[in-house]
Design a protein around this ligand. Structure first.
Ligand SMILES: [Zn+2]
Length: 328
């Protein structure tokens, strides 16, 4: 449950709202501020649930029908505008205003809106929002979030109670995404590269990630088995699946570099990320394959992908260097 994560990872903000709810000192407008990667959206939804929950103690139970409906967006008096998906326009704010000018539809009588990533709002949207925040009513609660408070107008900040969040620790990210169904090895790999849980889930749910990861493991098996056949393998197995896509190619080389780094880590007795590939990694350690040189080549080429270059040519020349260890 998100509550447990917030309670442990966001102690200060959690205590602040817990006390406010306990002593009935709730605000009608909140601004949840953090840097990228912190659970601002999760906190915003949890706060909205806490206002509406059927069995609060004093915060949301996350289990009652109301809590569930707020989370899945089907609660009629709850509106979420998500600035991470699209720019927040004047019409979005006007829609909230007109919807919330009417009587509440649900029994609770309280209407709540969340604007996630307020820094993505146009000037027109901000003007409408300011007017809306200026004359608060008892039955409307505003919850805004930002990942860049420097871009939020002082006039907005001054009208809200500020809740500052900490960024998730790596272990918290691992726990959270594993809870969402990501397997242990993938959780270790993804959390080493990204700190935004939503971004991780988007990458994970995109089938390409699993496909590319398998490709990387096959590549390393090929390196161990028959390095001279590597270029042929790349042309026959890797290129058709990468489909000249620069993003796919980047992820492929990035994961390959990570897997080869694991060879070094294993030889030094350090913890590895590809925990399910110990067999092949151990073989490479035993055979003393020079992965350091390979990693160097990959690091150089990986960063050229987004420059004006052709993916297949880049892979060709990179693996030629890896096989024949031609330095640069
Ligand atoms: Zn509840």
């Amino acid at each position: 449950m998100i509550k447990n994560i917030l309670e442990t990872s966001q102690k200060v903000a959690y205590k602040t709202i817990q006390n406010a709810f306990l002593h009935d000192k709730k605000s009608h407008a909140y601004l949840i501020s953090a840097s990228k990667g912190a659970p601002t959206k999760e906190m915003a939804i949890f706060l909205a649930q806490s206002f509406l929950c059927e069995n609060p103690s004093p915060l949301a139970c996350e289990e009652c029908l109301t809590c569930i409906r707020v989370a899945d967006g089907s609660y009629s008096d709850f509106i979420l505008v998500d600035g991470s998906k699209a720019t927040i326009k004047k019409e979005d704010v006007e829609y909230i205003q007109s919807a919330f000018s009417k009587t509440a539809l649900e029994n609770k009588g309280l209407k709540i809106y969340v604007i996630h990533m307020i820094e993505k709002a146009t000037a027109g949207a901000i003007n409408s929002l300011l007017k809306f925040l200026e004359d608060p009513t008892d039955d409307v609660v505003a919850i805004l979030t930002t990942e860049n408070i420097n871009m939020v107008l002082d006039t907005i900040i001054s009208r809200c109670q500020l809740l500052r969040l900490m960024t998730f620790s790596k272990q918290e990210i691992i726990n959270e995404i594993q809870g969402k169904g990501v397997d242990h090895e993938d959780a270790l790999i993804l959390s080493s590269k990204y700190s935004d849980i939503e971004e991780i889930m988007e990458i994970y749910n995109n089938q390409e990630f699993v496909m590319i990861k398998d490709l990387v493991i096959e590549t390393v098996i090929q390196i161990e088995k028959d390095i001279l056949g590597l270029n042929y393998f790349i042309q026959k197995e890797v290129m058709p699946k990468i489909k000249k896509d620069k993003n796919n190619c980047f992820i492929y080389l990035d994961l390959l570099e990570t897997l080869l780094q694991d060879v070094l880590k294993l030889s030094l007795g350090q913890e590895i990320l590809f925990v399910n590939q110990k067999d092949i990694l151990t073989k490479l350690v035993m055979e003393k394959v020079n992965v350091q040189k390979m990693i160097e080549h990959i690091m150089i080429e990986k960063n050229k992908i987004f420059l004006n270059c052709e993916v297949n040519l880049l892979l060709d020349s990179l693996f030629y260097k890896i096989v024949y260890n031609k330095g640069e």
